[in-house]
Design a protein around this ligand. Structure first.
Ligand code: IPE
Ligand code: IPE
Ligand code: MG
Length: 243
């Protein structure tokens, strides 16, 4: 779903976060990288609560990219285990708080036990309406578009039928509005294949804070920065003098 061109609100409807810097956070403490990922999960818990409390409706968290498969096997296994444990441990709390959880990304390469947990959390929370938590796991923007195009072709659509709305129906984010604000922690300034279609008109805020240290006040700072931006969507500022 595209944001309405005139959408302008104090609080972004949808924030997406590239949660980066777990490894460096652990290294700085002379601990293994996985220690940083464990700390990162604690931040996820805090930020989900803070975002809901601030009035954000949609939060999308990038937790494993299609490129992260190139990492050492042990780290990949730990990241998979952490996702599974987070979903299992927090399902009841999230559900009690009327949170709808969706896992976006490819299901390829995921083991049956993880698939089962994903299905369970999505099914259990599917009618929840208070807050929408999307976890991008085994997610890549390019992979998502390719999977969408394959489904389109399999659906027998003719070239003349294809427009942005139709393609969006086949993306993992169907029914989820585009992100207004994308935050990346840890000082890197790139999107690393995150929501490449959906973030076409997002505002970007980069912070040096490493994900395990990311706090409510860092989130509020990013929102304040967003509020100072002039989102033009290709149009002109309200105050622009044309001639
Ligand atoms: C982000 O932290 C988590 C994932 C990408 C899974 P990193 O693991 O990328 O941490 P750094 O960037 O090496 O510090
Ligand atoms: C992006 O972080 C992916 C996630 C946060 C899940 P990376 O650490 O994998 O990105 P690069 O490799 O620095 O671009
Ligand atoms: Mg990183």
């Amino acid at each position: 779903m595209s944001s309405h061109p005139k959408y302008r609100a104090d609080i972004p409807l949808h924030i997406a976060i590239i949660m980066d810097g777990n490894g460096r956070w652990a290294q700085a403490r002379h601990r293994p990288r996985v220690f940083g990922h464990q700390a990162g999960v604690k931040t996820v818990r805090r930020i989900v609560e803070d975002a809901a409390d601030i009035g954000i409706k949609y939060l999308t968290l990038y937790s494993f990219s299609t490129e992260n498969w190139t990492r050492p096997k042990a780290e990949i296994a730990a990241l998979f285990q952490l996702l599974k444990k987070y979903v299992e441990d927090d399902l009841d709390t999230l559900n009690d708080n009327n949170v709808r959880v969706r896992i976006i990304g490819s299901r390829e390469g995921l083991k049956p036990d993880l698939l089962k947990v994903i299905k369970k959390v999505e099914k259990t929370t599917e009618h929840n309406t208070e807050f929408f938590l999307n976890i991008a796991f085994n997610y890549g923007g390019r992979d998502e578009i390719i999977r969408a195009v394959k489904s389109l072709v399999q659906g027998g659509f003719a070239p003349a039928d294809i427009d942005e709305k139709l393609l969006e129906r086949f993306l993992d984010t169907t029914d989820i509005p585009d992100p207004d604000l994308v935050i990346r922690t840890s000082g890197e300034q790139r999107i690393s294949n995150f929501l490449s279609w959906q973030a076409a008109y997002a505002e970007f805020v980069f912070t040096d804070v490493l994900w395990p240290d990311f706090s409510r006040s860092d989130l509020e700072t990013a929102i304040s920065e967003f509020q100072r931006r002039d989102r033009r969507f290709g149009n002109l500022s309200d105050t622009a003098e044309v001639a």
